[in-house]
Design a protein around this ligand. Structure first.
Ligand SMILES: Cc1cc2nc3c(=O)[nH]c(=O)nc-3n(C[C@H](O)[C@H](O)[C@H](O)COP(=O)(O)OP(=O)(O)OC[C@H]3O[C@@H](n4cnc5c(N)ncnc54)[C@H](O)[C@@H]3O)c2cc1C
Length: 439
């Protein structure tokens, strides 16, 4: 019987973030030569700041939950996430020696509460398995061989190498397969400088315009700066946009938000930002229900009681326990009520207007903060260019993409890192299968 041995090939991964590291971890289990190239002086600079330094590495929930929490292109993720869901991801990390714990909302963290332990677990496994890690090396450009595939006219070339620079010298590195895991453009100081978009553009691949997501919002109402630092718990936020001259509700949720010197932030607002980017610039309005537990009628009854029981006080003092002290004057002013007016002088109409304002305190969104404050980049390499089960770029042989570089983004809760692990894993499996088929 003849035994065929697959010839050892060189696989290069560009980007030592979550997606690149996970792919390297899988690929170094094979016999192929694996080189991971990272422009920073260390791996996982972004992982280091995730989950406020604790790294919410996944969400221990079924694949359907991840897909439901994915904002852009959830269908594309179906195959990758079915192959590597949260449970499987945790099993891999456990094999790497990482101990994990699950907190509120199924959020998974390392037991140590140190994000650096996640990177360390991956790095240790890669090095132990003989993978090469090149730090302080920036990939400048990809090298492509023109390619005429008789059978597949859609394939236009083969990636066969890359130009790498250490800041002083440039050198060519040949490879058989190349995985782009260069991330997006959010928090650029971590190395997310958008090089992957440039490489894709140079190869004629479609890149969906990147925009900041999971990001604070700027608003027209400049009194926000006076409330800066005030956090509101248990409020309901709904966001509307004017579409074709009709007001459309974009999203609604209940939770916590924060005033900042430029507008609105906090968990509710960050989540909303991912849903409204495409309606900006435009007429986008945040509606805050400051008393979501009460109906308008119940709220009016409470106001009537407070104003009657404390009728000889000024209205600000009569309603002292209605809202945080700093917020009350703005709500009164919006309702057209003088804050120094006597409680017994408030008319029924004014009281009803106050109740309506409390149920619908509005802010007009002027935009989002920039990429330097965005947890994730929306947009990126179009998923139409990529095979969803192997992460292979359809128009090129030997080229794969994974992670935030792709036009994929999700809500907070560990879902974005899960996208990086799942697509990194799918790319690694895709590379190994393709190499096996090519012999
Ligand atoms: C503040 C913050 C908190 C977050 N918290 C969480 C969280 O708790 N849970 C969660 O699920 N998600 C979180 N995220 C999102 C998550 O970090 C990202 O989705 C994820 O890290 C993306 O991984 P990636 O590998 O695709 O990209 P990145 O982690 O950005 O890695 C890309 C790497 O490629 C390198 N690179 C780029 N260009 C080149 C080049 N030309 N040559 C060589 N190297 C290059 C970069 O230096 C970088 O190291 C957070 C994000 C931020 C900003």
């Amino acid at each position: 019987m003849l035994l065929f041995r697959i010839m050892k090939k060189t696989i290069v991964i560009v980007g030592g973030g979550a997606a690149g590291l996970f792919a390297a971890y899988v690929l170094t289990k094979s016999d192929h030569k694996v080189i991971l190239i990272e422009q920073n002086e260390k791996l996982g600079k972004k992982i280091y700041i995730t989950g406020k330094g604790r790294c919410n590495l996944t969400n221990d929930s079924p694949a359907e939950t991840l897909l439901a929490n994915t904002v852009s292109n959830p269908k594309f993720l179906y195959s990758a996430v079915s192959r590597l869901d949260a449970k499987e991801t945790m099993r891999h990390f456990s094999d790497m020696g990482l101990r994990m714990k699950t907190e509120r909302g199924n959020r998974v963290f390392p037991v140590s509460d140190h994000a650096s332990d996640v990177t360390a677990a991956l790095e240790r496994s890669i090095r132990k398995a003989g993978g090469e890690i090149w730090l302080n090396q920036k990939v400048i450009r990809l090298i492509v061989k023109e390619f005429a595939d008789e059978n597949d006219k859609k394939v236009t070339g083969r990636v066969c190498g890359l130009l790498v620079s250490d800041g002083k010298q440039e050198k060519v590195l040949d490879c058989d397969c190349l995985l782009l895991a260069t991330g997006g453009v959010s928090y650029p100081t971590t190395g997310a400088t958008g090089d992957g978009y440039r490489f894709a553009g140079e190869l004629g691949l479609q890149v969906v315009d990147p925009r900041p997501a999971l990001v604070p919002l700027t608003v027209r109402e400049d009194f926000c700066k006076d409330l800066s630092g005030l956090s509101l718990k248990n409020v309901r936020l709904s966001v509307t946009a004017r579409v074709k001259n009709k007001e459309k509700k974009i999203c609604e949720d209940f939770g916590e938000m924060l005033f900042t010197h430029f507008g609105l932030s906090g968990p509710l607002v960050l989540s909303a930002s991912s849903r409204i980017g495409k309606y900006l610039p435009g007429e986008v309005v945040c509606h805050i229900d400051l008393k979501p537990a009460l109906t308008l009628e119940q709220l009016d009854a409470r106001l009537l009681r407070d104003l009657t029981d404390r009728s000889n006080k000024i209205v600000t003092n009569a309603l002292f326990d209605l809202l945080p002290k700093s917020l009350l004057p703005y709500v009164l002013s919006r309702s057209g009520i003088d804050k120094d007016k006597s409680a017994n002088g408030v008319t029924k109409e004014e009281r009803l207007e106050l109740a309506r304002t409390l149920k619908d305190f509005t802010f007009h969104v002027t935009g989002t903060r920039g990429f330097h404050e965005a947890i994730i980049t929306q947009g990126g390499l179009s998923v139409k260019e990529v095979d969803p089960s192997t992460m292979r770029v359809k128009k090129y042989r030997g080229l794969y993409a994974a992670g935030e570089l792709l036009d994929l983004d999700a809500m907070t809760g560990g879902f974005n890192l899960q996208i990086a692990w799942s697509t990194g894993y799918a790319a690694a499996c895709g590379i190994l299968t393709d190499l096996e088929e090519e012999g």
